[in-house]
Design a protein around this ligand. Structure first.
Ligand code: RAM
Length: 873
């Protein structure tokens, strides 16, 4: 038996890890059962830890227990397994390398360009350079780098690493991530290190209103090249005032949202000197997966009715443009990037843009923008984001690829005075390079396309942090990430990614315990601070770690974020009770009723169901808020019990129970709820607010609500992930399947029929085309249609559920315990189920006809026409 898929702290061979006591995970192959393991960890051949033969079937998150590790330690580890016959297998090797763990590991100094930034002025990309001679043959070399801004590095003309948009997105006021690169093979005797520094999240346009200078006026860079010579001596070349600087290179403008201006005629002169900058926070490792360039798309060329040239890349993505163009010096090309063509077939950016003041703006402007009072704004307005690439050619061939901008687009409007060959243009997707873990296919091609659309919306929005969309806002909206978590976790291994984002979420928590609505911090307090406590959004603080724990078996995540969770719990508890005195008086469960603060409510139901919202009034969201008070407090009670905090657990349980009573008192009349508004029925069912009798009645009412709308979808962000599960639980998977496969709007497949290649923000398709939240329905495809669920500790529950017009469906999930697959096919009235379970796991298989089998590793086939034997366990 042999270990495969070895990981350290959820990562494959991480370089620059920031965790001093890392945990090891693997999957098993070659035999049925792991009866023992042995881990050996070595540094430079010296054994630091030998676990010895441990009798255990455990294969995830086993902590290192050797002598303490230090910054820069490169640890080779190997795991040997024993199988069911106690036969010892071959050791399987892996490694990790620690980064710089302590503040005093940094001897380099923060540097910046030699100019005084002024308000309302944007600056070209800074270029820094140093030249040095290696004292002798280099055995090992590492570059550690970060920025307040975005950076990239070139060593002797070659790009260092492939991390895009480094150092990634955080609240730069308190947290800045560095990257570690192995540059051992890149050095010669004479060497040149060049670094570029752009505005990025730090100083460039951020969020819906393109606020600039969010974190500061002065961008800065910190880099440290560490050389270990063959003779054992070492040398550090760190940024400092010895670095040459200029900002006269080709990138004369670079903004994450607005695009780049690239003048191929320019090369940096490095005429000036870097200045020492005020230091940023002590850099830390992100322990996350790097964003990288991924799939590429070649365009087809369209000529619009007005005669414009538009490139269609066929897939809506978030990413870069790469092109190569032959021209004369000074010739220009302008590419504007957008998601859709308008009703006339013309290029447009209207669906992704908002107006913002051209000059820096403050609180009053913020207020006017947010309350829809744009007409009261003074001064010049401009649209944001611009998503525009301007290229000025040099003589001959100009090669270009975006460096410090990313756009959400499928189409490019091409203008300029030079002919470009579409064959030499590419759209390049950029996203966090997460391990792809989920596949789903079925006999319904439209459904399969919707699954791919959802996967593409995930790709388009998982760039170091989970964002709502890659165009208009591009912010780490908490609610979006929360509702999509389970779907995301089937598609890709998101353990490290969400651990990183949880740190952002904790960083963004206000002193009151209320989180901000977006993480990392994105300014605009009137919007994101005010709305941060919204139920369904704020609850990400509890629900994301909870789900990480359940899926990846990672209890440390609960521990790490428990203080933040309890702060949020305290915030909620201190905000219970009705707003109006009269309501409070008549409600015996007033102290467990929740409505205070700002709540988004269900959010983006089909238009007919949306509550009236105006600048002056918003509906009370007592129903949503009290429901989530129950739901989140129930989760908290379970977490507190797990962490052995009985007093907390009791208090959380009291609020969970009280909120349930309050909810029933306020909203469940005569044991049911009577409405066609699906969210009002789905929510109490899904969040566990109803007693069995009421649940049955409300479930029946939900079926009617769906049928009354011809099986179209009626929920918004919060309830969409739950609607099919609740129909299924009500015993009506037939209705769930009809809704799933419905091609009439509003529905998932209506989007596909309309030509969507990603998931729309709203059911009408009028806003962003790339919001993953409504794609959260895919969770049901994995956990119900194919029926794959993790039960923890090397166990699965597999309960496939054929239905609808589907004649077959098949899913694979590379789970933390290994690859599990579940497929079924119906032929002449007989359904065959094919299930494969990975080594060292077991599964409880529930078949639709009621049969229950516990199976071990390997392939298993069941048919609906085989004689049924009594259930065996
Ligand atoms: C929208 C965002 C996001 C949503 C919030 C409430 O503007 O795009 O998807 O969570 O508002």
């Amino acid at each position: 038996m042999r270990a495969i898929r070895l990981k350290t702290e959820h990562l494959h061979e991480p370089l620059g890890l920031g965790i001093r006591t890392p945990r090891f995970s693997w999957n098993c192959a070659g035999s049925a059962v792991q009866t023992a393991y042995r881990i050996v960890a070595r540094r430079d051949g010296e054994t630091l830890w030998d676990s010895g033969k441990v009798r255990s079937s455990r294969m995830i998150l086993i902590p290192y227990e050797g002598s303490p590790l230090r910054s820069r330690d490169r640890i080779d580890w190997a795991v040997t397994l024993w199988d069911e016959d106690d036969v010892e297998g071959e050791p399987a090797p892996s490694w990790f390398e620690l980064g710089l763990l302590d503040a005093d590991d940094w001897t380099a100094r923060w540097i910046t360009g030699d100019y005084r930034p002024r308000r309302n002025t944007r600056y070209p990309v800074d270029c820094f350079r140093t030249r040095f001679r290696a004292r002798g043959p280099v055995a090992r070399a590492r570059l550690y780098a970060t920025a307040l801004g975005l950076y990239d590095a070139h060593l002797n003309g070659t790009r260092v690493g492939d991390f895009e948009l480094a150092p990634g997105s955080t609240d730069y006021r308190t947290r800045v991530q560095y990257q570690a690169y192995d540059v051992s093979g890149m050095l010669g005797e004479e060497n040149t290190l060049e670094l570029r520094l752009a505005d990025g999240w730090y100083r460039g346009a951020v969020g819906a209103y393109g606020v600039t200078r969010l974190f500061g006026d002065t961008t800065a860079l910190l880099a440290q090249l560490e050389l270990t010579y063959a003779d054992g001596t070492s040398e550090i070349i760190g940024t400092g005032d010895g670095f040459a600087w200029s900002n006269d290179g080709p990138l004369q403008f670079a903004d994450l949202k607005d695009g780049e201006h690239y003048d191929a005629r320019l090369t940096p002169t490095y005429r000036g000197r870097a200045r020492i900058a005020r230091p940023g926070p002590v850099p830390t490792a992100s322990d996350n997966v790097a964003p990288r360039t991924q799939e590429e798309f070649a365009p087809t060329v369209l000529t619009t009715p007005s005669g414009a040239t538009v490139l269609d890349f066929g897939q809506n993505i978030a990413g870069f443009i790469r092109l190569s163009v032959a021209g004369r010096a000074g010739q220009r090309i302008r590419l504007r990037l957008g998601e859709v063509l308008d009703e006339h077939g013309e290029f447009t950016q209207k669906n992704i843009q908002l107006d913002k003041p051209a000059r820096h703006f403050g609180r009053i402007t913020e207020f006017l923008l947010m309350t829809g009072q744009q007409r009261l704004l003074r001064g010049e307005l401009e649209s944001t984001p611009k998503q525009e690439i301007l290229i000025t050619c040099a003589d001959g061939v100009t090669d270009y690829q975006c460096s410090f901008t990313v756009a959400g687009f499928r189409y490019a409007l091409v203008q300029g005075d030079v002919d470009i060959d579409p064959a030499s243009i590419r759209a390049v997707a950029v996203y966090s390079d997460l391990e792809q873990t989920g596949t789903f296919t079925s006999s319904n091609a439209m459904l399969d396309r919707f699954v791919e659309n959802t996967r593409w919306s995930m790709k388009g929005n998982f760039l170091d942090v989970p964002t709502d969309c890659p165009t208009r806002e591009r912010l780490g909206w908490t609610g979006d990430a929360q509702v999509f978590f389970n779907t995301a976790a089937y598609f890709m291994d998101v353990a490290a990614f969400f651990r990183k984002w949880m740190r952002d979420l904790e960083d963004s928590q206000l002193r009151s315990g209320k989180p901000r609505a977006v993480a990392p911090y994105s300014g605009v307090p009137m919007m994101y601070d005010t709305s941060g406590g919204s139920v369904g959004w704020a609850d990400a603080l509890v629900l994301v770690p909870y789900r990480l724990w359940k899926r990846y078996g990672d209890e440390a995540i609960l521990r790490e974020f428990y203080p933040a969770m309890t702060r949020y719990a305290r915030y909620m508890i201190s905000h219970t009770g009705h707003k109006r005195r009269k309501d409070a008086r008549t409600n015996p469960f007033n102290e467990y009723t929740y409505e205070k603060g700002f709540h988004y409510g269900e959010w983006l139901e089909p238009k007919e169901f949306r509550d009236e919202v105006s600048a002056r009034s918003r509906p009370l969201c007592t129903e949503e808020a009290t429901a989530y008070l129950h739901y989140t407090m129930s989760h908290l009670a379970e977490i507190a019990t797990q962490l052995d905090e009985p007093d907390d657990a009791a208090r959380f349980a009291e609020y969970a129970d009280g909120a349930k009573k309050a909810y029933n008192h306020l909203f469940v009349h005569h044991g049911t709820i009577d409405t066609d508004r699906q969210a009002k029925l789905v929510r109490p069912l899904a969040l566990g607010l109803l007693d069995p009798g009421a649940a049955e009645r409300v479930g029946g009412r939900l079926v009617r609500a769906v049928e009354n709308r011809d099986d179209t979808i009626g929920t918004g962000f919060l309830s969409t992930p739950f609607v099919l599960p609740m129909l299924t639980e009500a015993g009506r998977s037939d209705v769930a399947y009809r809704m799933l496969e419905n091609e009439s709007a509003p529905s998932w497949l209506a989007q596909v029929r309309a030509g969507a290649t990603t998931v729309w923000e709203d059911w009408e398709g009028e806003a962003s085309q790339n919001h993953y939240a409504p794609g959260a329905v895919c969770e049901w495809l994995f956990d119900t249609v194919a029926g794959i669920r993790i039960a923890g500790d090397n166990r699965f529950v597999i309960s496939p559920l054929p239905g609808g017009t589907l004649t077959h469906a098949s899913a694979g999930y590379d789970s933390p315990y290994g690859l599990v697959t579940s497929a079924w096919r119906t032929d002449n009235g007989v359904t065959t189920f094919d299930i494969e379970i990975p080594a060292n796991t077991t599964a409880e298989v529930h078949l639709p006809d009621g049969r229950l089998r516990t199976v071990g590793p390997g392939r298993h086939r069941f048919r609906t026409d085989e004689p049924t034997r009594p259930a065996q366990r």
